[in-house]
Write a protein that binds this ligand. Structure first.
Ligand code: CP
Ligand code: NVA
Length: 329
């Protein structure tokens, strides 16, 4: 069934119901098969789309830009030094100006409040491309990937291990609670999510039938997992935390032993990317020199294994973001 989402913001997945999220995922599947068949649409013809980035991005930026172009829209990249957002002009003023010129606005940055103000004042749909608190468009791609692998979402066991209080852990918890996916965070207690958010998600889960669990115990946490998900141990903007995180999270690294502990031969590995899985990058080399680590949140062996679906996830960012834009514009 099609839902009318015109004019709606996507600041967190809490903005949409289970049926609406299912609709966005189905629409993404359709757009994906069309793209594969070489069929492009014009659902964004004449639409101008602002892409505001306070933090760097490969996937999110390219997904928005390519998705907009594919459907006949015009994306405009606005980096943090290109505009006055919050510097010489309030966020509310920038929102009202951009809202007069653009048909939709994507924002990636630090404070979640910034995207909320944009959403309140722009008068056109605003999409959260990642804040310190949430990363909702990523979850749509992750759920599309889960559905492609298991044919369903409801009743799956998704285990997130690592920094259990970052934007990814939070958003996966919200999305799982709404969609009826059983969600376990396996992380040290120091890195569990805010109790208020856990409570809110458990209330959402009561409706969908999902179980939301937190544990510090890896063995019981990952047993029976359909998917193991991890993210970087240190998110953008938290670089001073490296040493502490390495100490806390080394036992939670996704490696072949953890895959075996799931006792599920069909388990898949997911990561939003970018990932530290070898020393071949500039940052990877630095971490190796400073901390002696060749791999961090995931071993190269798992990252490159048959379990890993990370590049399907990355591709699915584009199809799902296209669905969000076409549905809300
Ligand atoms: N997963 C994700 O959001 O990647 P980027 O930071 O490259 O956009
Ligand atoms: N938690 C990560 C996600 C990157 C897509 C970060 O915020 O840096």
């Amino acid at each position: 069934m099609a839902y009318n989402l015109k004019g709606r913001n996507l600041l967190t997945l809490k903005d949409f119901s289970k049926e609406e999220i299912n609709y966005l995922i189905t629409l993404s599947e359709d757009l994906k098969s069309k793209k594969r068949a070489g069929i492009s649409g014009n659902s964004l013809a004449g639409k101008n789309i602002a892409l505001i980035f306070e933090k760097p991005s490969t996937r999110t930026r390219c997904a928005f830009a390519v998705a907009a172009k594919d459907e006949g829209g015009m994306p405009e990249y606005l980096g943090k030094n290109d505009i006055q957002l919050g510097k010489k002009e309030t966020v509310a003023d920038t929102a009202r100006v951009l809202g007069r010129m653009f048909d939709g606005i994507e924002f990636r940055g630090y404070e979640h409040e910034t995207v909320e103000i944009l959403g309140e004042y722009a008068g056109v749909p605003v999409w959260n491309g990642l804040t310190d608190l949430y990363h909702p468009t990523q979850i749509l791609a992750d759920f599309l990937t889960l559905k492609e692998n298991f044919g369903k979402l409801e009743g799956l066991n998704l285990v997130y291990t690592g920094d259990g209080r970052n934007n990814m852990a939070n958003s996966l918890m919200v999305g799982s609670a709404i969609m009826g996916v059983n969600y376990t965070i396996a992380a040290p207690k120091e890195l569990w999510p805010e109790p208020e958010l856990v409570e809110e998600c458990r209330e959402l889960a009561a409706e969908s039938g999902a179980k939301i669990e937190l544990t510090a115990d890896i063995k019981t946490g990952v047993k029976g997992a359909d998917a193991i998900y991890t993210d970087v141990w240190v998110s953008m903007g938290e670089e001073s935390e490296f040493e502490k995180r390495i100490e806390l999270l080394t036992p939670y690294q996704v490696n072949m032993k953890m895959i075996e502990l799931t006792e599920n031969p069909s388990v898949i590995f997911l990561h939003c990317l970018p990932a530290y899985h070898n020393t071949e990058t500039e940052n990877g080399k630095k971490i190796f020199e400073e901390y002696g680590l060749e791999e961090m949140e995931v071993t190269d062996e798992v990252f490159e294994s048959k379990y890993s679906k990370v590049f399907d996830q990355a591709e699915n960012r584009m199809h799902t973001i296209k669905a969000v834009m076409t549905a809300t514009l």
